[in-house]
Write a protein that binds this ligand. Structure first.
Ligand code: SF4
Ligand code: SF4
Length: 341
């Protein structure tokens, strides 16, 4: 384990940013935290988490896939990708850090999504242990330990120091870049923080929440539950829950006529939208109830059925905080629990 005096945090960021792009959570005037590229004077946010998740780094909201240039009867196919630069994302919380392994199961499965793959290869994740979990947090329900988050490097902020442990060769290389600012140390301070925060986690309102009764084995029972109608009745179909979610990964591909060719791009889509998965024959989900059901079936039933029991949720709590009608995965799971028999 290595230690950085917090007084040297600015120098640490400067040293990292000198070698690769560095992103960290900073706050806007309204106090909302978002990942932004480091620039001199940037101040690390003290917020528990960012409004938008860290998935944006690997699966951006919009992305050009291919361009077609048309000259008479000739079509030139242009790959718009430029060589990715290495980058570091600092301050990823345990829930978002786990979301990458869920996204990997989708985008790195055959056929591999090379756009996502390239970003994953160029990105180094420095996760930051949580010290003030909120009432909407329930990552521990999915076996995540926010006091020791995954990542290439795990960091803990405690007292007047930042403690680091490298978990991968990428993480070791990153710490080697800043070696002159770090000193070897014991893990007593980190352990004390973990004990303190673990005690808080046990007292959170959602500490006992579990999705263990869901999964592929209850597909029919849950799908056919009569409770979907009531649960979805007030859903506005706004898609907020899907856009803030670190594990939602649906996208649409569109072609734009540029006048002298075609620009093909993808952008996030939402299963909550009425034109989602619309095909030549029409739309397979005609009602908001069916669309609402799709989102939660995917996270609680379809995803674990196809991924050795892993749920498509990391308990980040964003949908609990952001849904305008206060609907969320916890309410849905609790309402449907009785149908999992
Ligand atoms: S479903 Fe909600 S709590 Fe779960 S990962 Fe997505 S936004 Fe977070
Ligand atoms: S955020 Fe709430 S209202 Fe909006 S689509 Fe999701 S569940 Fe429906």
């Amino acid at each position: 384990m290595q230690k950085l005096a917090l007084a040297n945090l600015g120098r640490f960021f400067e040293a990292v940013a000198a070698r690769q792009a560095l992103y960290l959570p900073v706050e806007d005037a309204g106090g909302q935290a978002s990942f932004q590229r480091w620039a001199p004077g940037a101040k690390l946010s003290g917020a528990l988490n960012t409004t938008r998740s860290a998935k944006d780094f690997f699966f951006p909201q919009t992305e050009d896939l291919v361009n077609f240039k048309v000259r008479g009867k000739e079509i030139e196919i242009i790959d718009p990708r430029t060589e990715q630069e290495p980058f570091v994302v600092f301050g990823v919380r345990g829930c978002d850090a786990r979301s990458f392994s869920i996204l990997d199961k989708v985008f790195l499965a055959d056929p591999v999504d090379t756009y996502y793959q390239s970003r994953r290869e160029h990105g180094t994740i420095v996760s930051l242990a949580c010290t003030r979990p909120e009432e909407t947090c329930f990552c521990t329900s999915f076996g995540i330990d926010p006091t020791c988050p995954q990542g290439d490097v795990t960091a803990w902020m405690e007292g007047d120091a930042l403690y680091f442990a490298a978990n991968t060769p990428k993480g070791e290389a990153l710490l080697a870049q800043t070696a002159e600012l770090l000193e070897a140390c014991g893990d007593e301070a980190v352990r004390a923080q973990q004990e303190r925060v673990s005690a808080i986690l046990e007292k959170l309102p959602l500490a006992g929440f579990s999705t263990q009764s869901f999964g592929g084995q209850v597909l029919i029972q849950v799908f056919e539950s009569e409770k979907w109608a009531g649960l979805s009745q007030s859903c506005l179909g706004c898609g907020t829950c899907t856009f803030v979610c670190p594990t939602c990964q649906c996208y649409d591909i569109k072609d734009m006529d540029t006048g002298h060719g075609v620009q093909r791009f993808r952008c996030w889509d939402s299963c909550m939208y009425s034109d989602f998965t619309r095909m030549a024959h029409g739309n397979p989900r005609l009602t908001q109830k069916e669309r609402f059901r799709q989102r939660f079936m995917h996270k609680l039933v379809y995803f674990p059925a196809n991924n050795n029991g892993e749920y498509g949720c990391v308990g980040c709590g964003r949908c609990l905080a952001k849904c305008p009608i206060s609907m969320n995965i916890v309410k849905v799971a609790r309402a449907l629990e009785g149908d999992c028999k």
